[in-house]
Design a protein around this ligand. Sequence first.
Ligand code: GLN
Ligand code: ZN
Length: 762
Amino acid sequence: MGKVLSANLGYPRIGEKREWKKALEQFWTGNLSKDVFLNTVRKLRLSYLKKQKQIGVDLIPVGDFSLYDHVLDTAVLFGLIPKRFQTGEKEISLETYFSIARGNKNAEASEMTKWFNTNYHYIVPEISNDTLPYITHNRLLDLFIEAKEELGLITKPVILGPITLLKLSKGYDAAHFSTLLDELLPLYVRVLNELREAGAEWVQIDEPILVKEQTNEDLAAFSRAYQVIKDGVPGLKLLLQTYFEAVDDYQAAVRLPVDGIGLDFVYGKEANLSAIRTFGFPEDKVLAAGVIDGRNIWKTNLAATLDELQTLLSAVKYHEKLWVTPSSSLLHVPVTVSNESELDPLLLNALSFADEKLSEIVTLAKGLNESAAAVDGAIQKSISDLKALQQSAHRNNQEVEKELAQLSSELPARPSSYQLRQQIQADTFNLPPLPTTTIGSFPQTKEVRQARRHLRRGEWNEEKYEQFIKDETAKWIQIQEEIGIDVLVHGEFERNDMVEYFGEKLGGFAFTRFGWVQSYGSRCVKPPLIFGDVSWGAPMTVKMSAYAQSLTDKPVKGMLTGPVTIYNWSFVRNDISQADVFNQIALALKKEVHALEEADIRMIQVDEPALREGLPLKEAKKPVYLHDAVYAFRLATSFVNNDTQIHTHMCYSEFDEIIDTIDALDTDVISIEAARSHGEIISTFEDFKYKKGIGLGVYDIHSPRIPSTEEMKSYAERALKVLDPKVVWINPDCGLKTRRPEETIPALKHMVKAAHEVRNEL
Ligand code: GLN
Ligand code: ZN
């Protein structure tokens, strides 16, 4: 009898203690020589392979490791180099590689965007109609040989597939897709043949685009592409891997001429399972069953998962036709729980990061190959660990659950329409036309970060720290007054991060020490864990907002992070629905909004920059998500008086899909990023005939550049061509925490001057 194999799809790059990140950044600043750098990352890479081998994984990937991003790696492999970075070199140097990702003195970096619905960002390949792909250097071959020679491992190389690669690239006309594909396919064939000759048995070709809606034309391209590849590399086995959702067209996917298909049985569970039930699974293929959550951090209930796998085993019939895998690359989860010494054991025992997930996979494969009894210890432990957290007092807060149960299904609503509120608020605030404001944060200087460090290390007491924060706030209130901004902010100096700050103060959250995941390049984030019912204990922002307001006659905006953004930037419990967690956070924020209103803070901004991020990949699932998001936002904000002005802020350059959602939030003012998208965004609001207050980003805060008054004026004038001046505000694209005061102050002066000049033209 053959064996069920355990397989990994991708391992985190960053290292247990972010060694990878540190090496990269030291290399970039010139503190590591190229040789030392390359040797450091090589050692890391090999240590990851060794670890996976020790855990007992049968099929270990190579090519998942990257010095920046795997999409960029694939683009570079095939010579898809943006024109401005082409140097004539055949092999792309490390310098060019990093320049594409990060920009250099002469050229702007390539665009970066979200990898499907994750918080990972990839470098968007730039292709033009006349791009001629070629193989620069078969890095996969190097990696395969390295693992074989150094560790005696026959690994499974991973490569991004041609269709997903082209679909994620930009710069060419759709009509050119076929030609580009034709040019790429022989190159894939060559790369794969070299791997086969070196001894590879399986390769994993990632085509996550298959979970998005596919037209007949798309599917035809898939058949054609995989026929060419299959015919081109006889003897090499191809695993076509999908993830993040169910495949759009199961029947078409399993018909493709490959040797195995990887399906997601976590995020695409229902649809993938029901397709297998309905149509069966082809006897000639391997099913790589993604049953372990590759994107969340909870331990798996091994009993339930083993049952599911038994069902899949009967569908594929033979043990050797089944692999147990994570639902996606483990890039999206932290490395290991083994360094988390400070977490409550109850919570710690219910967690599983990359290494622990691989152990779960190995256990499950063993359970299938031997018997459930052979892994009974692990099964029982998974059940009892999860149950202990499930039943614990700090997961279950009765008061919160009661409040949640009392929510009505009707959307919470403001007491009056926007039109009426607008009049009332115009009288209350008496602002000039085109009022100026900022998005919330001011520069987090070295001193601010140092103060936080002093507090953390116990070198400063609370009192000293608080005085420092107050002084900083007072300084910036004065700066804002001097610049002549109309609506002020306190500056968010007390916040390390816009989610962590609230997580630390709300019940139901926990924080790891090393739970980092890669966001883009060397940048990592450490999402909070929402493990229990979210509860509000005491005001979180009132003290600083009220203090700031006490220093000025101008209105000061209160500043909160919204429920959807807090959710999307955390690792969230999965034992209750998304809507329930949204609403728990919203109920807590509602109390905060109420406390602000009581303290006479009459403009309150609830930021939702990540609202769009959580949008499901499947069209059919979008409306529920958007409805739940609107409900939660309104639950937190809509009860306020007519003369309390609710603001929100969002910052990305695509609003098309969510414009009615934005309208449904029913905020009095929304501030958006517009400068970075060169004003293009306005048309979305124009087409929609958006009537409520709208603050335009006229200052791209992502760059140290100080834009001129003229430039900012031009953005404002462009917007006024289509928007009613009565609703337009002027502001930067986003918060200014990453900018230096020397950049911020002159830029804001230009912004205020621009607003004054445009006002005078009205
Ligand atoms: N209020 C936040 C800030 O200014 C908003 C940040 C964001 O949109 N990401 O920093
Ligand atoms: Zn923003």
